[in-house]
Design a protein around this ligand. Structure first.
Ligand SMILES: NC(=O)c1ccc[n+]([C@@H]2O[C@H](COP(=O)([O-])OP(=O)(O)OC[C@H]3O[C@@H](n4cnc5c(N)ncnc54)[C@H](OP(=O)(O)O)[C@@H]3O)[C@@H](O)[C@H]2O)c1
Length: 309
């Protein structure tokens, strides 16, 4: 840290090594210590150095692979022992594989990385979080089957059957024809369901969701072909500020930082790319559905923790 006194607040950011999470970590550096939680030690060190070079910048790093629950448990324990004055947790790390993809255990990779891992980290950290801490999840409107731009891109909304079915990579029939889309949309619907259910369950903390807008050119489409990635970065990205529902990592980072540092006490709110409240799908707004997602996720994590590693 460049100043002699410790920062009064600390902000935990997952996925700070690329795209939206990287820009948000830089923004949050103006508000206190940033706890960088990512899977690549080399990339984490780069972002740590970038933040520590800023005036008043202070970052610490924690290695965590969200596709590996043992790694998530270790990371949560490490964050707890840092004993920092945590004011916010941003669950931002995520992937969008272009096809069916599995972990070493054969679990659906998008569901494990985007939902199970962040859910496990959040639940492990909750007992250590002081009252009023703001927990934010980066969600996506592709979970809503009525969202026009998402359906035009081939999404058919979240296709949740059960947490166990998601782990096996099974989705409600009638979904997308392009592989990977149902897994991504369902995992992001689980993020939003988690926020809405946790906000009802735990009034001492605040749980909010953000839809960052379509941010072309981040690492999210890294599985896409070279031509698509080139077009996203050099054609779509410059147009993003002028298109409805689109954004840039810099703009998304400012919006997310505003939500994370908001002191109004708002909880259970889903914010759009402009920081205005928006609605999720009919399904996710059904309290029984979001409670079921949370209950089934807890049961699944308990079952998985009993299995040999
Ligand atoms: N881009 C969009 O248009 C858009 C729209 C709606 C929602 N979102 C959401 O926004 C979030 C950030 O996406 P982005 O567009 O900024 O993508 P990105 O540039 O690919 O960044 C994703 C971040 O997640 C990390 N990550 C991926 N897998 C991980 C794992 N197994 N363990 C730990 N960290 C992992 C990546 O680490 P590495 O650097 O090591 O790969 C990276 O730091 C995601 O949750 C995404 O679903 C994005």
């Amino acid at each position: 840290m460049n100043s002699t006194s410790p920062a009064a607040k600390a902000w935990i950011v997952t996925g700070p090594t690329s795209g939206i999470g990287h820009r948000t970590a830089l923004e949050l550096a103006q508000h206190g210590t940033v706890v960088l939680v990512g899977r690549s030690p080399d990339k984490l060190r780069e972002v740590e150095a970038e933040i520590n070079a800023l005036p008043q910048g202070h970052a610490v790093t924690v290695v965590c692979d969200f596709s590996d629950l043992a790694s998530v448990r270790r990371a949560a324990a490490q964050i707890a022992t840092l004993d920092l004055p945590v004011a916010g947790l941003l669950n931002n790390a995520g992937i969008s594989p272009m096809g069916p993809a599995s972990t070493a255990q054969g679990w659906d990779l998008a569901f494990t990385t985007n939902h199970l891992g962040p859910f496990a980290l959040t639940e492990a950290l909750i007992p250590h979080l002081p009252d009023g801490v703001n927990v934010v999840f980066t969600c996506s409107a592709v979970e809503d089957p009525k969202r026009k731009p998402a359906t035009m891109a081939g999404f058919r909304g979240g296709r949740y059957i059960s947490a166990e079915a998601c782990l096996r990579g099974e989705w409600q029939p009638g979904g997308a024809t392009r592989p990977g889309l149902d897994a991504y949309a369902t995992s992001k619907q689980c993020n939003l369901a988690t926020v809405l259910a946790f906000a009802r369950e735990m009034p001492r903390l605040r749980f909010n969701a953000v839809e960052p807008g379509l941010n072309p050119g981040t690492g999210l489409a890294r599985d896409a072909g070279a031509v698509t990635r080139f077009a996203a970065k050099y054609v779509a990205q410059p147009l993003a500020p002028f298109i409805k529902y689109w954004s840039t990592p810099k703009r998304a980072a400012r919006m997310i930082t505003g939500v994370l540092t908001d002191a109004s006490g708002a909880t259970g709110v889903y914010y759009d790319e402009n920081g205005k409240p928006m609605l999720g799908s009919d399904q996710v707004r059904d309290a029984a559905f979001s409670a079921r997602v949370v209950a089934e996720t807890r049961a699944l994590l308990a079952e998985l923790s009993r299995q040999p590693a």
